[in-house]
Design a protein around this ligand. Sequence first.
Ligand SMILES: Cc1ncc(C[n+]2csc(CCOP(=O)(O)OP(=O)(O)O)c2C)c(N)n1
Ligand code: SF4
Ligand SMILES: [Mg+2]
Length: 275
Amino acid sequence: MNERRMLDDQHFETMIEEESICTSSNVVYDAPHKALYDTPMHYCPGCGHGVVHRLLAEVFEEMDIIKEVIGVAPVGCSVLAYNYLNIDMSEAAHGRASAVATGIKRVLPDKLVFSYQGDGDLAAIGTGETIHTCNRGENILILFINNGIYGMTGGQMAPTTLPGMKSTTSPFGRNVETMGNPLKITDLVAQLPGTVYVTRQAVHKPVNVRKTKKAIQKAFEYQQNGGKGTCFIEVVSNCPSNWKMTPLDSNKWMEENMLPFYPLGDLKTPSGKEN
Ligand SMILES: Cc1ncc(C[n+]2csc(CCOP(=O)(O)OP(=O)(O)O)c2C)c(N)n1
Ligand code: SF4
Ligand SMILES: [Mg+2]
């Protein structure tokens, strides 16, 4: 038997082995096919947006609310969220997602409404809408993906950019003397009487992915049970492309630099118990 033939036989055996293992009865983890379209996402490898989309889809399927949820997509990298989530969705002009979500919820109070927004969208262009939506206590979920940068437009400084953090508009690092302090908008909305559940999570590790999913689920459960105000979930995330790091390095950097500044955990819960 020549060497080539031996390799072919080995390859064949491996294939047979894989075929007998990869059967539908052996599947332990699969994509949420009902709530997520089976299409490639445009997000960069390692970007947190894709993980959060998946979590949303899992929650929709598990809570059986696919037909009841309405999402509002922002302007930013997640502008195309409606191409991935198989639910009713609307697009909003830059920063206005929570205002659009307010309108939808008021017209269709039985629907479960959420906005999905980046930090530039929510904490810069839409600061006014965010604060007033939360202060009015609209019964919606605001899902806020904070990667500390304007991802879509090429990595400009955002209100959430850390002190000393480099961006295309702060190439020597953010100088708070001239560029101002980063805005901890989640801490701010937690102080408003209209918010009922405010939490800060992440998706860089399995344990954090699970906690974020739990938070999303809780927020929809509160809304389903009548809701007593705005739910606000910040997900501290990464932007490997504009941070100019590998996905792995970006998660490490995020943990070492973003999390001390934006600590994870509940800031406000309906029961008043924070963790
Ligand atoms: C009124 C207005 N200002 C600016 C822009 C340009 N713009 C599009 S996306 C974006 C940044 C989005 O950043 P972020 O919300 O943090 O989302 P990310 O891409 O980081 O997820 C900007 C400034 C615009 N489309 N409309
Ligand atoms: S540019 Fe950044 S935020 Fe946008 S998809 Fe790529 S990694 Fe994600
Ligand atoms: Mg951003």
